[in-house]
Write a protein that binds this ligand. Structure first.
Ligand code: GLC
Length: 751
C-alpha cells in the first residue's frame, strides 16, 4: 500500500474513531489523570497562547518544553503538522496544541461581513456560511475561530460594528447561535469542526463615543437586558469558548472582572467552556490603571477566570511565583488548565491531532461560492427605488459603471479577511460585463479609491454617463475604514464621492447608487440625489454576481436594516429600541425653517435636533423589494394574561405585487408603564417568508414572559402588570399595534 493511500486509510480510521463523541465523564477522567501527571510549569504552559508563524526554532523549543497551549495565525497545514508533531511526539506529555485564527466571515470563500449577514435576517444563511468557513479553515489545521462577535453596537462611529450583528439583542442572538452551530457542527470532535468563540465578553460595543477600546458605563439593568442577552444564548447553544473584552465596564476591565466571568457566566448561566483573553488584554490592565504591574494583572486575571492568556505573557512570566508565594492556589491553576484540556478532548485533538494532508486546502468549492453569492443576494438592502430598478433590458442598452467601489477586489471583502486571495473576488464591474457584454458597459471609476479627493477622473465619468442609459454609481468605504481601531467621527461618504454623484446627477440620466461599506453611513444627501439606493455591507468574494443579479432583477431584494441609519453623524449613538423620554419629539422645526430672531421657545421644547430632526433616516428592519407586501391587523389569542402567562399573536401577510419576494415580518412589543421606563419598541422574534404574487400567509408568534420581562436587580427579572402593545410589522417604524394587558393574578382569577 503506497504512502498516500496508507495515510488516507489511517485518516479514515482516525475519523471513524474520533467521530464518536467522547462522553463528558470520560473526558473528566482523562483530564484528571493528565493533570495529576503535570508539573506546575506544564500546567502554566497550557494557559499560554502565542501568535506563531513558521517552524521557528525558538517556538519549537517552547512547544517541546510544554510552554505553549495554543498557537494562533499559522495557516500552512504542513507547518501546522510539523509544530503539532513537536507537541505530540517530542514533549514530555504529548499534549496537542490548538491552532486558532480569526475566521470572522469566511476563510478563503469570503462571505458578507457579519453586519451584512445580519441584514439577511436569515439564520440558515449564517449557519451555512459558518459551516463552509469551518470546512475551509479546518482543512489547513485551524480548529478554533474567534467568532461570532455578538457585541451589541448602537454607534456607527465604532469601526467594529462591522463585525457585529447590529443593534438588536434578539437578532444578534439568533444569528450568533446559527454561527456557533455552523462552526461546531453536530460533532466538535469532527476534523472539519471548529470551536466557536463568543466575543467580546462583554459590553465592548458600548465604547464611549464610538471610539474603540474606550471606557463603557453600563447600568447593570441595561447590561443584562441588552448587552449580555446574546451571550447568554450562546452559552445555551454550546459555544465552546468565550473571549473577554478589552474594555472596562464601570471601571473594571473584563480581563479582571470576576463577577462577569465567574459569577454571571459560570455561576448563573452554567457555562463550562474555556475563556481566552483578548490579545494582550491582561497586560492592558496596567494602562487601564487596574494593575500596578504584570504580576498583579496575572493574579487578577487568574482569579477572574481567564483560562488562556493571548499574548500578554503574564501567566508564563508570573504564575509560578504567584503559586509559590501562595497568592494563587495551584488548585485555581488546575481549574483553568482543566478547561483548556477539556476543550482539547472535545475537539478530538488527542486522538486526531494532525491535518489530513490528503484532503487539505479545501477552498472555493462551487457550492461554497454559490452560497456566498446567495448570502449577498439576501443581505443587500434596497433602500430607495423610484422605478429605475430592476434595470429594464428593453430600455437599458448602455450602462455606465462608475465609482471607486465598482472594481475593488480587495475592498469589497471588508475587514478581518487575513486569508483573502483578492484575485478570487468577483467585482460588480466584472459581473455586469459578463451579464450585459463588455461592449455595453462603460467603466470610468471617477475616483481611485473612496478617500480620493482628486477630481481629475470626473470628466471621464461624466462622459461615460452621457453615453449610457443608466448610471450605476458604486460608492462606499474601503475595507480599512472599518474594523478594529478604525472608527470614524464623520459618517458621510469619504473623499469626493458626493461631489462625483452630483456631477453624474447633472447629466440627467437615472442614477442608482450602490454603497458598499463596513457600517451604516450618513447618506441622506446622496440618497436624495439618486433615483435608487442599494446598500451592501461589504459582501465578500461574490459581491459582483449577487449585485448584478439584484440590479438586473434576476434576483429580488430581501435585505433589511440590522441597524438604524442616521440622518447625520451627530445623531449617534442611534438605535430603535430607545426610551420615549418625557418630551418625545413633536412639532419639529428644522434649522433652515427657523425665522430670524425667532423666540426662545418658537421651535418647541421636545427631544430633537434642529439640523437632523429626530429618528433614523432608514429605520431598523427597513428594506424594499421588487414586490409589495401588506400586513393585516394583528389578532391576539387573549387581551389579558397573568404575569406568567403567554398569548399568541397572528397576522396575515400578503404579497400584493407581481413577482415573488421574501419579507421579514418582525414581532415587536412595548411595555407602556413600568417601574423602570421601557423602550418604545423591542424586537422579540421575526420570520423571513417567501410569497408568490397574490399569496397570503398567516404567521403566528407566541409571546411568553421571557419576552416581557426586564431586569430590576442583578439577575432578578419581573413582568409587571400593565398595558402592552404588540406589532407584527415590516420594520421598527411602521405597523399597527394591538393592545393587551398583563393583570395581577388575582384580578385574572376574579374575571
Ligand atoms: C484582536 C481582537 C479580537 C481578535 C484577537 C485575535 O485584537 O480584539 O477580536 O480575535 O485580537 O486576533
Amino acid at each position: 500500500m503506497n504512502k498516500r493511500l496508507f495515510s488516507a486509510f489511517l485518516s479514515a480510521c482516525c475519523l471513524a474513531s474520533v467521530s464518536a463523541v467522547m462522553p463528558d465523564a470520560e473526558i473528566d477522567s482523562r483530564v484528571s489523570d493528565l493533570l495529576g501527571r503535570m508539573t506546575l510549569d506544564e500546567k502554566i504552559g497550557q494557559l499560554n497562547q502565542l501568535s506563531g508563524y513558521g517552524y521557528a526554532p525558538d517556538m519549537v523549543g517552547r512547544i517541546r518544553s510544554g510552554a505553549v497551549g495554543s498557537l494562533l495565525n499559522e495557516t500552512d497545514p504542513e507547518v501546522v503538522n510539523q509544530l503539532q508533531r513537536e507537541a505530540v511526539e517530542n514533549s514530555r506529555l504529548g499534549i496537542p496544541l490548538i491552532f486558532a485564527r480569526d475566521v470572522i466571515h469566511g476563510f478563503k470563500t469570503i462571505f458578507p461581513i457579519p453586519l451584512g449577514q445580519a441584514a439577511s435576517w436569515n439564520p440558515d444563511i449564517v449557519r451555512e456560511g459558518a459551516r463552509i468557513a469551518a470546512d475551509e479553515a479546518s482543512s489547513v489545521g485551524i480548529r478554533w475561530t474567534f467568532s461570532p462577535m455578538v457585541d451589541i453596537s448602537r454607534d456607527a462611529r465604532w469601526g467594529r460594528i462591522a463585525e457585529s450583528f447590529g443593534e438588536d439583542p434578539v437578532l444578534s442572538a439568533k444569528l450568533g447561535v446559527a454561527m456557533v452551530e455552523g462552526y461546531q457542527g453536530d460533532d466538535l470532535a469532527s476534523p472539519n469542526a471548529m470551536a466557536a468563540c463568543a466575543k467580546h465578553f462583554a459590553g465592548y460595543g458600548a465604547s464611549e463615543s464610538g471610539k474603540d477600546y474606550n471606557t463603557t458605563w453600563i447600568p447593570e439593568t441595561l447590561l443584562r437586558d441588552v448587552y449580555l442577552r446574546p451571550f447568554k444564548e450562546l452559552v445555551k447553544a454550546g459555544s465552546a469558548t468565550f473571549m473577554c473584552s478589552f474594555n472596562d465596564i464601570n471601571g473594571v476591565p473584563s480581563s479582571g472582572n470576576r463577577v462577569l466571568l465567574e459569577d454571571i457566566l459560570r455561576g448563573e448561566w452554567g457555562y463550562d467552556g474555556m475563556m481566552v483573553s483578548d490579545w494582550g488584554s491582561i497586560e492592558q490592565m496596567i494602562p487601564h490603571g487596574y494593575s500596578a504591574d504584570l504580576r498583579q494583572a496575572a493574579s487578577q486575571a487568574v482569579n477572574a477566570g481567564v483560562d488562556m492568556d493571548m499574548e500578554s505573557h503574564a501567566y508564563t512570566g508570573h504564575l509560578r511565583h504567584l503559586v509559590e508565594s501562595g497568592e494563587v492556589s495551584e488548585a485555581r491553576v488546575d481549574s483553568l488548565v482543566r478547561n483548556v484540556l477539556t476543550l482539547k478532548y472535545r475537539l478530538g485533538l488527542f486522538e486526531n491531532p494532525y491535518v489530513d494532508m490528503a484532503s487539505s486546502r479545501r477552498f472555493y468549492a462551487p457550492s461554497s461560492l454559490d452560497a456566498a453569492r446567495r448570502a449577498v443576494e439576501e443581505s443587500a438592502i434596497l433602500l430607495k427605488n423610484t422605478g429605475t430598478l430592476p434595470l429594464n433590458n428593453s430600455k437599458v442598452k448602455k450602462i455606465a459603471v462608475i465609482g471607486p467601489m465598482a472594481d475593488a477586489q480587495h475592498d469589497q471583502a471588508g475587514t478581518w479577511v487575513f486569508d483573502l486571495e483578492k484575485e478570487r473576488s468577483v467585482t460588480p464591474l466584472t459581473a455586469l460585463q459578463q451579464m450585459y457584454g463588455k461592449e455595453n458597459v462603460i467603466y470610468a471609476p471617477g475616483l481611485e479609491h473612496t478617500r480620493d479627493l482628486d477630481t481629475k477622473g470626473f470628466a471621464n465619468a461624466v462622459k461615460a454617463a452621457r453615453k449610457a442609459d443608466v448610471v450605476l454609481f458604486f460608492a462606499g468605504e474601503e475595507a480599512v475604514l472599518s474594523g478594529e481601531a478604525h472608527c470614524r467621527a464623520d459618517l458621510s461618504l469619504p473623499g469626493a464621492q458626493s461631489r462625483l454623484l452630483a456631477e453624474l446627477k447633472n447629466v440627467g440620466k437615472p442614477v442608482v447608487m450602490i454603497v458598499q461599506a463596513g457600517r451604516q453611513l450618513a447618506i441622506m444627501p446622496e440618497s436624495e440625489m439618486a433615483d435608487a439606493v442599494v446598500y451592501c455591507f461589504h459582501g465578500g468574494t461574490m459581491t459582483g454576481p449577487a449585485l448584478a443579479n439584484l440590479l438586473s432583477g434576476e434576483a429580488n431584494f430581501s435585505g433589511r436594516c440590522p441597524v438604524s441609519f442616521p440622518r447625520m453623524s451627530g445623531q449617534e449613538p442611534l438605535y430603535y429600541n430607545h426610551k420615549n423620554t418625557g418630551r418625545p419629539a413633536s412639532g419639529i422645526t428644522l434649522i433652515n425653517d427657523i425665522e430670524t430672531e425667532a423666540g426662545q421657545t418658537s421651535t418647541g421644547c421636545t427631544s430633537y435636533f434642529l439640523d437632523a430632526g429626530d429618528g433614523a433616516f432608514y429605520p431598523f428592519g427597513y428594506g424594499l423589494s421588487y414586490t409589495t407586501f401588506e400586513y393585516g391587523e394583528p389578532v391576539l389569542s387573549a387581551t389579558s394574561i397573568a404575569p406568567d402567562g403567554s398569548l399568541k399573536v397572528s397576522c396575515t401577510v400578503t404579497n400584493t405585487g407581481n413577482r415573488e419576494g421574501a419579507e421579514v415580518a418582525q414581532l415587536y412589543i412595548r411595555d407602556h408603564v413600568a417601574s423602570l421606563v421601557r423602550p418604545v419598541r423591542e424586537l422579540r422574534d421575526f420570520a423571513k417568508i417567501t410569497l408568490k404574487p397574490g399569496e397570503s400567509r398567516t404567521l403566528e408568534f407566541t409571546i411568553t414572559p421571557a419576552d416581557l420581562e426586564f431586569h430590576v436587580n442583578g439577575a432578578q427579572t419581573v413582568v409587571e402588570p400593565g398595558e402592552f402593545s404588540v406589532w407584527i410589522a415590516p420594520n421598527a417604524a411602521e405597523g399597527t399595534p394591538a393592545k393587551f394587558t398583563v393583570v395581577k393574578p388575582n384580578d385574572l382569577a376574579a374575571k
